[in-house]
Design a protein around this ligand. Structure first.
Ligand SMILES: Nc1ncnc2c1ncn2[C@@H]1O[C@H](COP(=O)(O)OP(=O)(O)OP(=O)(O)O)[C@@H](O)[C@H]1O
Length: 909
């Protein structure tokens, strides 16, 4: 529509021409229009008329001589007095015209030109208006077209969406079908059906193609049906004609037979007659074969010939074959007819011959009857019969051969027909199978469609129900809300007067508060003034009190230390283990150890018939509780917080209650837990004036090897070294030292150490009996007022069993263990002895245990030896040994304990 014929095109004036012609006359919008049209006019320029172009060029050319210029030049020349060369030149041979006339004529021509120019301008304006109209028309058309196009696009999109929906449905159906059926090459097309949305177009194409194919196939099937019906009709017609022909042949043969029979009855059997009989028999055979062929044809006609897509070609072949068969049958029938004709001729000849013979016989008989027939004539007749008979026989033999050939051909044709029939049946079976499958598919699709529709209807019903329920619910809710709203409104109306009252009350309260705040401010100012006065007064008194408190504390410490010193810096306590239930059941007797109820420092042991008396710092009876034991050593333990090193040993034979005394049980905790609890308690009391940090380490000494019980690897062997800072202090490199802030945390660390000790021993009791467990608590305190620092150490040692295993003839590992235990305990004894004797050299390094405890065992430290003894008769030997050791230690005098404090504090003390 956009393209217009040249005849309908607007005025093809070129843009350049218009520009040059009336550049100043054109407005801005006109220019834009022209510029827009420039491109279109460019194309149309070629089709513009030549005349108009010439006109435009004539008007636009500035250098062409116009009448006005001519006149002006003439006038100029006249003024200058020049000869009118131009006029003379223009009109040669004419008289010179007066200048006025010439000017007038020029003027007239100029006016003419001018009017012409005006006309042209009007024309141009007209064209322009037309152009505008045309353009608006085109724009409108374009808009309409655009709208239509958009509508079409929308329709197409909707169509595509619908198609996609249908395709999706089909895809689902096909998928279901695929799951159910896995046959047919047609299905294989669907097997490739894409599930991904990107393959939808491919699916659309394939489904469309399939649908197209299906419709094509249906059409083809219909055509083929029609064709087959036509062919069947033709076949039936042909069969009918065959039938008729055969009937005719039959009738004719029958006629001939009858005739022959008549002849036979009339003339008797001759050789030629025999031949004729044979021929008749052959004819009979032929007839039979014909009837067979006829039957086949009938069968063929009765066979259902509904075609299928796959068998179209085969049907074609069959048709052509049938056609060939029909034509060959036709030929054979023709041949048969020809043969019949020959037979007729022969019959006729024979009849003629017979007639002639009859006539001659009759004549001969007549002559014989009348005048006796002559033998020469008889011979002649016989000869003629004999001469003619071979000819007849030969022709009959030929006919027989032909008949034979025909019979063979017929049999081969019959076989071919049979084969074709078989093929046809096979193809028919295939067709029916395919048809059944197609019908099954169709029924399946129908079923699925029905199911889908049922599902959709069911869903719709559900949806409606849900909507109904929702609407009912929302209505109820709305109703409730409305009721609530009305209730709230009612309450609001009732509350409004209350609110008014409250407002008035609030206003009065506000004014009261404002007044109160002012009063409060003045009161606070007064209080502050009074407090500052009081503080000034109190601070002087406080300073005195603080000083008194410090002095009191120092005195308390002093007296405490004096008390400890009075008691002795090495204290040997003895604890007699009670008899356990198990021991009682075993019938153990406890008559070896007796205690003095009036003297808690004496102990009597009857050993080897003698009664030995042992004097110790204190003897705890079997009924003594854990608390009682701790109370006795508490002052010593507490001195640790003041910067003293304290060592508490549990010594005794295996099973004498060392671990019980040191660690205790969850129900009745031993010295370790009680000591630490008391220390933390004291630290809490002092926290206003002192700041403490507590670190903990746990080691096990087994077979003279130190192992860290709090380290990551409790199997790692540690060693004792001098501190690298040159202080002469000992330290164990790699030993884990855990800082604990509370007693609860400390308990956890203790549990961890005990667990680590348990992990690397097969038998806890066995191992604990032969190893020393050392728990070291280091307490560092800082006096917050003076800045003085103290550092005390509490060593809690659960020693290995002191029994003399090595004496009982132990061997191997057991002997080595016993030797090591003995060595360390002996070393401990030697150290204590050296200290007692105030020897210059104390052999701390003789065992790992004494070396490790060097800074806690030496002079100026505090030591508690808790000797555990068993009251049982059987253990009396070990009990005596333990007590002897204790007695030795008891005699050691460590001298006054020294406190680990800096010089400033020492001067104060
Ligand atoms: N004073 C006591 N009161 C009640 N039971 C005790 C007391 N002393 C020890 N026992 C019990 O006696 C048993 C042996 O005690 P314990 O294990 O403490 O001996 P031990 O000397 O540490 O032995 P080992 O050297 O093999 O470690 C434990 O079952 C313990 O509970």
């Amino acid at each position: 529509d956009d393209e217009e014929s040249p005849s309908e095109a607007p005025n093809p004036v070129s843009l350049e021409t218009v520009k040059t012609r009336s550049n100043q006359q054109l407005h801005g919008d006109e220019w834009t229009e022209l510029l827009e049209l420039d491109s279109s006019s460019e194309s149309d320029r070629g089709s513009s008329s030549d005349d108009e172009e010439e006109e435009e060029e004539g008007i636009g050319a500035g250098d062409v001589t116009t009448p006005l210029t001519e006149f002006l030049s003439f006038k100029q020349e006249a003024a200058l007095g020049k000869p009118l060369a131009a006029t003379e030149k223009d009109m040669p041979g004419k008289l010179p015209v007066s200048p006025l006339i010439s000017v007038m004529s020029h003027l007239i021509s100029f006016l003419e030109h001018y009017s012409q120019m005006q006309r042209l301008q009007e024309k141009a304006l007209e064209y322009r208006a037309k152009l505008r109209q045309e353009e608006s028309r085109r724009k409108k058309q374009l808009r309409v077209l655009k709208r239509a196009y958009r509508q079409r696009m929308r329709d197409k999109l909707n169509l595509i969406e619908n198609l996609e929906g249908i395709i999706c449905e089909q895809q689902n159906i096909m998928e279901k079908l695929h799951n159910g059926m896995k046959v047919s090459s047609a299905c294989s097309l669907y097997n490739t059906s894409p599930v991904s949305p990107t393959g939808i177009h491919r699916l659309v194409e394939s489904v469309n193609a399939l649908q197209g194919e299906r419709t094509k196939l249906r059409e083809e099937i219909v055509d083929l049906k029609q064709e087959v019906e036509d062919r069947e009709k033709e076949k039936q017609q042909l069969a009918c004609s065959f039938h008729l022909q055969i009937q005719e042949l039959k009738e004719r043969i029958q006629g001939r037979e009858e005739e022959l029979n008549q002849l036979r009855t009339e003339t008797g059997v001759t050789d030629s007659e025999k031949r004729i009989q044979n021929l008749t028999v052959e004819n009979e055979g032929l007839k039979q074969s014909l009837s067979v062929t006829q039957g086949l044809l009938q069968q063929l006609s009765t066979i259902s010939t509904q075609p299928s897509i796959i068998l179209v070609k085969e049907n074609e072949d069959l048709r052509t074959k049938v056609h060939h068969l029909e034509s060959s049958l036709q030929e054979k029938v023709e041949k048969l007819m020809h043969l019949e004709g020959q037979i007729d001729v022969l019959q006729w000849r024979k009849e003629e011959e017979v007639r002639r013979l009859d006539d001659s016989i009759r004549g001969l008989q007549l002559s014989l009857d009348t005048e006796r027939m002559r033998p020469v004539d008889i011979q002649y007749v016989t000869k003629t019969v004999e001469v003619e008979s071979p000819v007849i026989l030969k022709s009959l033999a030929e006919a027989e051969d032909r008949n034979q050939g025909l019979v063979e051909q017929l049999s081969s044709q019959t076989e071919r027909c049979q084969r074709l029939e078989d093929q046809f049946r096979g193809s028919e079976a295939l067709t029916t199978g395919l048809r059944l499958k197609i019908s099954a598919y169709e029924s399946e699709i129908e079923k699925l469609k029905e199911e889908l529709l049922q599902e959709i209807s069911h869903l719709e019903a559900q949806k409606e129900e849900a909507i109904k329920e929702a609407s009912e619910c929302s209505e109820q809710h709305l109703h409730q809300l409305r009721e609530q709203f009305s209730g709230v409104q009612m309450r609001l109306t009732t509350l409004q007067p209350v609110l008014k009252n409250m407002k008035t009350n609030y206003n009065s309260l506000r004014s009261q508060v404002r007044n109160f705040s002012e009063f409060y401010e003045t009161a606070i100012k007064e209080a502050r003034r009074q407090i500052s006065v009081a503080v000034a007064e109190v601070s002087d008194a406080n300073r005195d009190l603080l000083e008194k408190y410090h002095q009191e504390m120092l005195l308390r410490k002093k007296y405490h230390e004096q008390l400890v010193e009075l008691k002795g810096n090495i204290r040997v306590l003895c604890r007699v283990k009670p008899i356990t239930e198990q021991e009682r059941e075993e019938g153990a007797t406890a008559t070896a150890v007796t205690t003095d109820l009036h003297d808690d420092t004496r102990l009597l042991v009857s050993y080897k018939g003698k009664e030995r008396s042992f004097e110790l710092d204190k003897v705890f009876l079997p009924l003594a509780t854990q608390e009682e034991v701790f109370q006795e050593i508490e002052p010593l333990v507490m001195s640790c917080i003041n910067g003293y090193n304290v060592c508490i040993f549990a010594y005794g034979q295996t099973g004498s209650g060392k671990t019980y005394t040191m660690e205790g049980s969850p129900e009745s905790p031993g010295i370790n837990q009680q000591a630490l609890r008391a220390l933390f308690k004291e630290m809490e009391v002092r926290e206003d004036l002192w700041k403490y940090s507590v670190t903990l380490s746990m080691v096990e000494i087994y077979n003279e090897v130190i192992r860290d019980l709090l380290g990551k690897d409790s199997q790692e062997k540690l060693d004792i070294k001098l501190h690298p800072d040159g202080s002469g202090q000992l330290h164990v490199p790699g030993l884990t030292s855990v800082e604990v802030s509370s007693f609860r945390r400390l308990k956890k660390v203790l549990l961890l150490g005990r667990k680590n000790r348990a992990t690397h021993c097969t038998n806890m009791n066995e191992r604990s009996s032969r190893s020393h467990a050392l728990l070291t608590v280091t307490i560092t305190g800082t006096d917050l007022t003076t800045g003085t620092q103290t550092s005390g150490k509490l060593n809690l040692v659960d020693l290995a069993g002191s029994e003399r295993v090595w004496k009982s003839g132990a061997e191997g590992e057991r002997l080595k263990e016993a030797q090591n235990i003995n060595k360390s305990l002996l070393a401990l004894g030697e150290v204590i002895q050296a200290l007692r004797a105030k020897q210059g050299h104390v052999p701390f390094r003789n065992s790992k245990l004494t070396y490790l405890l060097q800074d806690s065992l030496g002079k100026g430290n505090k030591t508690v030896m808790m000797v555990q003894i068993s009251p049982l008769e059987k253990n009396v030997g070990e009990t005596v040994c333990s007590l002897k050791f204790a007695q030795r230690v008891c005699k050691v005098e460590l001298g006054p304990a020294t406190r680990k404090i800096d010089s400033v504090t020492q001067l104060e003390l």
